[in-house]
Design a protein around this ligand. Structure first.
Ligand code: GLN
Length: 544
């Protein structure tokens, strides 16, 4: 516990994609493991109010919090590392900052003053940074500034950091600057110049870095650290190397070895102790020493992009470790799947996950894949759009409603087994208007889901506009697909299962958002277990 909240800002230089989010999450983990109540916040310099309207090609996965905020995928890392839920306050964009300043201006709150970047925009940024600190829930707030120093759009954020450092005083706010130390193979050398320039760029805005974290592919030799310290105004102990790791989950230990937590705590005048990483390391050892291996097909339309299904991939890592199984995820593009090649592309898999998504592209491939896994008894997990496609497939091929569809794809379909939610019918704006955030779900006793969760009331996060059409529920259930999870107030179907299939579950919500290292999601854990069982049975048959 601290008397007042301390602030750590994480900025980035030289290039984007250096892994600021992972460094922030790893440091937070080390601080949390020493008893400091720590949270992380991301400030994004783009003008969209949130990433909810962004295409995954632009921005990777949109992560959803319990309170229904559509946020940057780094918040997923924060939750997975810390096992503490984040909220809207943990992600702020330039769009949101300007929106609230402009709303205040329209309400006349600036009393006739000219509204300017400094102080009005910077004040709004400073308030947003301090909302978490002032809540009294945290000893340390880590604020990750998106983008790269020197970007025009980052300037107000860097200025707000300068002011906050000044306002809060020494030992209350520090800056960690993350840079790249490239290796030039022609010269056979690691180069410090980009880091020097990037620290200078930061200084032009009046901000001194307190700690340098240097991303590198090779060990930084002592003399190079000395050089960086000398040129960049930091102590040698504050030059931290961040070497490429085989898994992001190694980074807290790598930062511990480098003493990042110690340097930071010293600068903040806080006591340091040995972090208790027992549980974390237990997970790591299970993750790195699997006893068996399975292959899961991930069917989606953004599969060529690693970041599009980030939380799903991480949830498999957690669930794999829980089962001591290595989960190989094979990405399969739904657009290139059809009834003719389904066997070729899917028959070797031990389980299939059909991913969330929007719009028509690639959906017929998803439906063909689901038909194949349903008929072949391959374990299946459908998430959001994946669940909706499972309902359509069942209606078409089991009930014989050959034109069954979702009104998202064919608005005037005769058999809309998936339809726009009632509450969505009056919605015209696209941003922030889906059914979002955590909703309660009642799970039927004796269902697969109730066994998986060990509970009959669950809370899961949503992000959708369409739903299972209850007009078809009776018919579908009589044919063998059962709705085993319902929203207690609206009766919306949240879970479907096929009881006479070994493992066929579709969920309207996103279990992947709630999977953490400390709490692997039960549905993923059970799905991985089912896939392993399926693989073992398949092997027994082929050996017999
Ligand atoms: N497009 C579907 C809907 O809006 C599914 C959304 C999703 O998969 N997140 O209902």
């Amino acid at each position: 516990m601290t008397d007042n909240t301390k602030y750590i800002f994480v900025t980035g230089g030289v290039t984007s994609s250096l892994g600021k989010g992972i460094i922030a999450a790893s440091l937070a983990k080390l601080l949390q493991a020493q008893g400091y109540r720590t949270t992380i916040q991301k400030l994004d310099p783009y003008i969209n109010v949130d990433p909810g309207t962004l295409n995954p090609y632009e921005h990777g996965e949109c992560y959803v919090t319990d309170d229904g905020a559509e946020t940057d995928l780094d918040l997923g890392h924060y939750e997975r590392f810390l096992n503490v839920p984040t909220s809207q306050a943990n992600n702020v964009t330039t769009g949101r900052i300007y929106q609230s300043v402009i709303e205040k201006e329209r309400r006349g709150e600036f009393l006739g003053k000219t509204v300017q970047v400094i102080p009005h925009i910077t004040d709004e940024i400073k308030n947003r940074v301090q909302i978490l600190g002032n809540s009294g829930d945290y000893d340390i707030v880590i604020t990750e500034i998106g983008g790269t120093v020197g970007d025009i759009e980052s300037l107000p954020y860097i200025e707000a950091v300068r002011q906050l450092k000044w306002d809060l005083g020494e030992h209350n706010a520090i800056v960690i600057h993350l840079t790249l130390v490239p290796f030039l193979s022609a010269a056979g050398e690691l180069k410090t110049k980009p880091t020097q320039h990037s620290v200078k760029t930061l200084m032009e805005s009046g901000v001194m870095a307190d700690v340098l974290v240097c991303r590198t592919e090779h060990e930084l030799p002592e003399d190079l650290r000395t050089k960086l310290a000398l040129f960049c105004n930091v102590r040698e102990e504050a030059v931290i190397q961040s070497i490429d790791a085989s898994t992001i989950y190694d980074v807290p230990n790598l930062m511990l070895e480098q003493g990042l937590d110690k340097v930071v705590l010293k600068k903040l005048n806080l006591k340091s102790a040995t972090p208790d990483l027992t549980q974390w390391n237990k997970f790591l050892s299970r993750h790195k020493n699997p006893k068996s291996e399975i292959t899961i097909g991930l069917i989606g339309k953004y599969v060529e992009l690693q970041d599009s299904y980030k939380s799903i991939l991480e949830a498999f890592i957690h669930a794999g470790a829980a089962n001591e199984v290595k989960v190989n995820v094979e990405s399969i593009h739904s657009e290139y799947l059809n009834a003719d090649n389904a066997k070729l592309k899917l028959s070797h898999l031990d389980g299939v996950l059909v991913a969330p998504g929007f719009g028509e592209r690639g959906i017929e491939g998803k439906i063909d894949a689901i038909k194949y896994v349903r008929e072949q008894n391959i374990p299946f997990l459908g998430i959001c759009l994946g669940m909706q496609m499972a309902v359509i497939e069942f209606a078409r091929n089991v009930l014989g409603l050959v034109d069954a569809n979702s009104t998202e794809m064919v608005p005037n379909t005769k058999n809309p087994v998936i339809d726009l939610m009632e509450s969505q019918k009056s919605v015209t704006n696209k941003g922030g208007t889906m059914r979002l955030g955590a909703w309660e779900c009642k799970v039927k006793v004796d269902s697969k889901a109730s066994k998986v969760y060990g509970a009959t009331t669950i809370l899961e996060r949503h992000r959708h506009r369409y739903e299972f059409n209850n007009d078809f529920k009776k018919e579908i259930e009589e044919a063998g697909m059962v709705a085993t999870g319902l929203n207690p107030e609206t009766g919306l179907v949240e879970i479907i299962e096929i009881p006479n299939h070994p493992w066929f579950v579709g969920v309207q919500y996103h279990p992947e958002y709630r999977s953490t290292v400390a709490n692997p999601h039960p549905l993923f854990v059970a799905f991985v277990r089912a896939a392993l069982k399926y693989k073992n049975a398949k092997n027994r048959v082929s050996m017999a």
